[in-house]
Design a protein around this ligand. Structure first.
Ligand code: OGA
Ligand code: ZN
Length: 485
């Protein structure tokens, strides 16, 4: 597998690393493993990731973690507590630009911003236009006056408020703290709580030394610990919770701190053990999960259009024999490597959909047959990675693409697969009872090695959707920051 993994790397374009190796020191070459040219090309390509100028939200994890990084609660709650609040900036001057139909604002720090008249009217907070309690607009959109031109604009409250007077009866007041962060030229939508988060970090197998770890009980009882856990999840897409009671039904206890769980055809909680739910008339081997076979790296539930996001793997009985190791690989890291190494392969995987399918039978839903189509590498409209859809066992023969490109598509998929599986990227760990690993199923692929044990390895699996993760982070950030002031 190693040799195959290296073959594609020969196609990596050479880069001259600008950053010192100490930022990402390549590990010493292991003798007898693959071919040295391939490895050094790989290291070169990995280092080159650091040079990407315009990818602010994806930066590399540094191999030497900062002090305290490996402690159980390595995310310092203190640091979160002390995160600075935005400094208050007032309006210095205003003008009304009738030709461009905008209000021009100069802020007290000298920066300038323009606000279109129509946008200001659309966002009026007066009680006719807006319902304060529910924070919702009231005005029917077809009544919005697109050509509105205010009679006057002025500052009130010593520069804290922009007042726009549309006519004698209708004024809109905009607080400078609200107005200033609203810009029209930014790539990311405004989201105060989330944009303050550390940028996601790409990782490889070295995550073994710096896996974010938390105490299960602490996350249950302390809001700061919960926020730090969610931030680490956002940043790395993988977090470990330790000292979870080694008994069933712990996932819903934790999930309740975040949001409602997402039920699938496997139930709210899927028992990952031989036979699954013990139901006599359903075959023991009805899902690969319920066998002792290997599960190659995959996303769960890629057979659904709305794939599950936060996936909790809770180990209740560890496998005691050979195998049964868990495997995790950062799909975003492999995708970025592929983008650099082989742009054509990256383009094929991000512009052609594949079909995923899962058929089965479970006690609470009976038979099911899920099918979906996804781009293996899904980008947002800025070209940034949004999600990975990868599952060899759930992929169907259906490919919706030009027949002449099919072989190239296979080759691209295999290049991606080799990057995911490469010893540099795949993190292997044998979970112990009481461990709970939480992964971002849109980003991090997981799997397991086949096993033989007498102990009846037993994990539970459950999900919470991404929207509940971000919602909880916003609520916690607002609550904890306002407690602080
Ligand atoms: C699964 C799965 C992991 C394991 O069933 O989808 O990823 O360790 N199982 O059994
Ligand atoms: Zn899985």
């Amino acid at each position: 597998m190693i040799r195959n993994g290296l073959k594609i790397l020969r196609n990596f374009r050479p880069y001259s690393p600008r950053l010192p190796c100490s930022v990402w020191p390549p590990r010493p070459l292991q003798t007898g493993q693959g071919n040295a040219r391939g490895l050094s090309a790989m290291f070169t390509a990995r280092r080159s990731l650091l040079q990407l100028p315009a990818r602010p939200e994806l930066s590399k994890i540094v191999p030497k973690p900062p002090r305290g990084y490996q402690s159980v609660n390595w995310y310092s709650s203190q640091a979160s507590r002390e995160a600075s609040l935005d400094t208050h900036v007032k309006i210095r001057s205003l003008s009304k630009d009738d030709s461009r139909r905008m209000v021009n604002v100069t802020w007290s720090d000298g920066t300038k911003q323009d606000y279109p008249f129509v946008w200001l009217l659309d966002n009026c907070f007066c009680t006719d236009c807006y319902h304060v309690e529910s924070q919702c607009r009231l005005l029917p959109f077809d009544e919005l006056d697109i050509d509105a031109n205010p009679e006057s604009v002025e500052t009130v409250n010593h520069g804290d408020t922009l007042r726009v007077s549309w006519n004698r009866h209708h004024h809109s007041d905009f607080n400078s703290d609200w107005l200033r962060p609203n810009r029209f030229d930014q790539a990311e939508p405004r989201d105060d709580a989330l944009s303050a988060l550390p940028t996601p970090k790409l990782w490889g197998a070295e995550i073994a030394q710096s896996l974010p770890r938390f105490e299960f009980q602490e996350v249950l009882s302390d809001d700061w610990a919960l926020l730090d856990f969610l931030k680490a999840f956002h940043e790395f897409g993988i977090v470990k919770l330790e000292r979870t009671p080694a008994e069933p039904n712990q996932i819903p206890i934790l999930a309740k701190r975040i949001g409602p769980m997402r039920e699938t055809s496997f139930g709210l909680i899927q028992p990952l053990r031989k036979g699954g739910y013990e139901v006599e008339d359903l075959g023991q081997d009805r899902a690969l999960s319920y066998t002792t076979k290997a599960l190659n790296l995959h996303n769960d539930m890629s057979c659904l259009y709305e794939t599950t996001c936060m996936a909790f793997f809770h180990c209740i009985i560890a496998s005691d024999g050979k195998g049964g190791e868990s495997i995790y690989s950062d799909g975003f890291h492999a995708a970025e490597m592929l983008r650099l190494a082989d742009p054509r392969a990256f383009r094929l995987l991000s512009t052609n959909q594949q079909e995923f399918r899962l058929v089965g039978a479970e006690p609470h839903v009976g038979d099911f047959d899920h099918r979906s189509h996804h781009f293996p590498i899904m980008l947002d409209h800025f070209g940034q990675l949004k999600a990975i859809h990868y599952s060899t066992h759930a992929r169907t023969p259906s490919l919706r693409m030009a027949v002449d490109d099919v072989k190239a598509m296979y080759s691209a998929l295999q290049s991606f697969s080799k990057l995911l599986e490469s010893p540099e990227n795949a993190y292997y760990v044998k979970l112990q009872k009481g461990d709970m690993v939480v992964v971002n199923n849109h980003r991090v692929l997981h799997g397991r090695t086949p096993f033989e044990d007498s102990n009846e390895r037993y994990l539970e699996l459950g999900y919470v959707d991404w929207d509940h993760v971000t919602s909880r982070m916003r609520v916690l950030q607002n609550k904890l920051n306002s407690d602080k002031v």
